[in-house]
Design a protein around this ligand. Structure first.
Ligand SMILES: Cc1cc2nc3c(=O)[nH]c(=O)nc-3n(C[C@H](O)[C@H](O)[C@H](O)COP(=O)(O)O)c2cc1C
Length: 389
């Protein structure tokens, strides 16, 4: 089939879509106020002052540069982290791995998350990233994937206190940029080791801890333990602790901040369904109120903007394939009929994409509300090797 520029094929559908860079216009109508916590001082990672306390949590396969650029354009993000990156693959300058650490002036400050079990390799990878211009390095201590955890990296690090503290110390000493660690509460309910790790990591110079309030054993079942996060916050003296898990809206964030005393919050899955969440949280902190998340039409524009960012980097054909996965979340957040969401997953060409988008645009959301507030949607954990993330 003749290659057609996606721009030529679909731009008409979206007139007058906002496709330029820069912050999106703010929607009107502030929402109800939530009970405000005593906000802690501005969050610093070492010497880096984060523009907000609301961070984008790494989501392998989703928190790619195009998505990070989109949430930054909306605003309110304090720090965004790449998907986890294999430290060995970094040192061999594997092409796909190097793509994962690409950034853009819009994407600052940004962290690269690395995993591995060999202190030398992790320290060398950290030095390489520092030379590459990365702002901060995050060590993954939560990846549950068996192949990774059984090799002693990711969540496997929670089973080896001495070895893990030594590895983290080596990374911290290898670089002058801040190093953080992201972990869970512990391996299982009999080993809730995050307060111990947090204290030991602070002693060896870690700049911040991010903590998902579940154990590795729990996967995504049950609820996040705010008590477990609070114990980790209380275990450290100076460094910020970022609470994570199940934050879908301002009310959830208010509760996490109030009940744990954490310095900041990181948000993963909810950012896929509502990329406005960081701006809503920042507005709420600054003014006590916050604007609604994007409407159906605004989400369509955003979706297209992200497609453009992917297309810029990978060309149209590859962009279509890469974009389908992300589009699933946008379309879910937009309450698009299941059939149209399914059809979008089958598109292969610019013409098919244009046709699918035309149908989505003309049919609107299932409740017919194009301009109103879309309710929070349930965000399942994608199945497969990451289902315990
Ligand atoms: C699909 C998927 C991929 C993830 N990838 C990573 C990752 O690369 N590194 C990491 O530290 N955590 C990863 N996580 C965990 C999230 O960062 C976060 O800790 C978890 O989803 C809980 O936060 P949430 O409820 O806001 O999503 C992943 C989670 C999911 C669902």
């Amino acid at each position: 089939m003749k290659a057609v520029s996606i721009k030529a094929a679909i731009v008409d559908i979206f007139k007058p879509a906002v496709l330029s860079a820069g912050p999106l216009p703010l929607p009107t109508a502030a929402q109800t106020l939530e009970v405000r916590p005593d906000f802690r001082a501005q969050v610093f990672y070492g010497r880096i002052a984060l523009p907000s306390r609301y961070l984008l949590s790494p989501l392998a396969g989703f928190t790619t540069l195009p998505f990070r650029r989109i949430v930054r354009r909306i605003g309110g993000v304090g720090l965004a982290t790449t998907d986890l990156v294999n430290s060995r693959a970094l040192l061999s300058r594997n092409e796909r791995t190097m793509q994962m650490v690409e950034t853009h002036p819009e994407d600052r400050p940004f962290a690269v998350q690395i995993f591995g079990s060999e202190p030398d390799v992790m320290a060398d990878a950290a030095q390489m990233l520092q030379a590459h211009g990365v702002d901060t390095i995050d060590i993954n201590m939560g990846c549950p994937v068996d192949r990774i955890a059984e090799a002693g990296s990711g969540a496997g690090m929670m089973c080896n206190v001495g070895g893990s503290v030594e590895l983290v110390r080596r990374v911290v000493e290898a670089v002058s940029i801040p190093v953080s660690v992201k972990m869970r509460l512990g391996w299982d309910s009999t080993s809730l080791s995050s307060p111990l790790f947090a204290r030991l990591f602070e002693e060896v110079g870690v700049a911040a801890i991010a903590i998902h309030g579940r154990t590795r054993e729990q996967g995504f079942s049950g609820t996040v333990s705010l008590d477990g996060i609070r114990q980790t916050v209380e275990a450290v003296k100076r460094i910020p602790v970022i609470g994570n898990g199940d934050i879908r809206n301002v009310a959830d964030a208010a509760r996490m901040l109030r009940e744990t005393g954490c310095h900041g919050i990181s948000i993963g899955r909810a950012a896929l369904a509502n990329p406005w969440i960081f701006r809503q949280l920042s507005e709420w902190e600054q003014t006590g109120g916050y604007s609604p998340a994007g409407t159906f039409d605004e989400r369509l524009q955003l979706m297209l903007m992200q497609f453009r960012c992917i297309e810029e980097r990978h060309g149209t054909d590859r962009a279509i394939v890469l974009f389908r996965k992300m589009a699933h979340w946008y379309l879910k957040g937009m309450r698009v009929q299941k059939k149209f969401r399914g059809d979008f997953q089958k598109i292969r060409t610019p013409e098919e994409m244009a046709e699918a988008l035309e149908k989505i645009k003309s049919s609107g959301p299932v409740d017919g509300n194009r301009t109103g507030v879309l309710t929070d949607c349930h965000i399942p954990v994608p199945s497969g090797p990451v289902d315990k993330w």
